[in-house]
Design a protein around this ligand. Sequence first.
Ligand code: AMP
Length: 413
Amino acid sequence: MQFESLNIIEPILRSLKEEGYTIPTPIQVQAIPIVLKGIDLIGCAQTGTGKTAAFAVPILQHLSINKSFDKKRKIRSLIVTPTRELAIQIEESFKAYGRYTGLTCTVVFGGVNQNPQTNALRGGVDILVATPGRLLDLMNQGFISLKEVEIFVLDEADRMLDMGFIHDVRKIISALPKKRQSLFFSATMPPEIVKLAGSIVYKPVKVEVTPSASTVDIVNQFVYFIDKGNKNSLLLEILKDEKIKTALVFTRTKFGADKVVKVLKNKNISAEAIHGNKAQNARQRALSGFKAQTTRVLVATDIAARGIDVDDLEYVINYEIPNISETYVHRIGRTGRAGANGTAISFCDAEEKAYLKDIEKLITKKIQVIDDHPFPLIDNNPVKPVKQQRGNHNRPRLNTPKSKSSGNRSWKR
Ligand code: AMP
């Protein structure tokens, strides 16, 4: 199927073409017609599935067809999302897809000076993307009114709950007009989320894509069993492969992320950390450098990495195995996006074996073990990190796992 078959208006089709999108993703095929009809939606999908365009395209279309005759632009669509990075990316997507519609979009999020945001709001905007805290703050200060919102999107609802935003979300919802269209997206649908959805949407249609399965199938996954103390050495060894242009490395803690960056920088590998202790500007700088490939390695914690969308990112490295299995799926979903290649490499020490087992249970497949490496796990009950043996001239050469398929950014049918 092509985008043309979804009855999308020409100015939006043109920009989608310029973005290089030809075939809509499964969530787009399902969601766009429903949203265009003005029906409420519950979308069970995570980032990486093309979810943003699935709501942004029909919102832009609705707002451009049903023009407002108010002299000053009012916020007619509100998108609330849990993290700043995601908010920025959504705004960028609206701007890209809507570049020929004449509609305006802005983004507000915390951790930075509010003045540029309030200046943008003063001029009037059609579409507002926001994280919950800053949105409420600006509402309380009188900079934002939600009275004219026609379409409301709650994005990544399960993450909102995890991050403790649920009260804020309820307050925001109570400020919205009763008569509106609501789109509710969540990667998972535990009972609290179903309940929350029930309080937001009216007679919704539910659409579901199974990103866990598709991510898990698309991304080539490998695990190295290794002693904790050798993980830096293995990381450096893997990064000797020049074919790895960029890699996103996940650590469990902010401190851990900073430590890995230090080790890499010491070896002249350009690296930046992205985590909650970094100022927003530093986080954005790190992300832009990584996207531009001037920074080769971005070391991230899970919160900061949520929703990071880097085109053609091929390698994700789990320096530490996450203790929550779903987090693994989210992490590896940073690669293999939109049909591109993906490789996920995990370093698993003795203590993390139980986490790995849980992950394999969730994804219902065994992750391929790479035995052929210089730092094999020696001690299954680690007391001290084991040093690499000296003088081991027969040391096996490290074969960095490669993606199997060839690059192709279009969605395969
Ligand atoms: P999202 O799930 O919205 O974060 O999108 C994931 C990635 O897929 C982003 O890099 C989008 O630019 C890309 N994308 C979204 N829709 C399409 C499409 N129909 N064809 C190709 N790429 C797409």
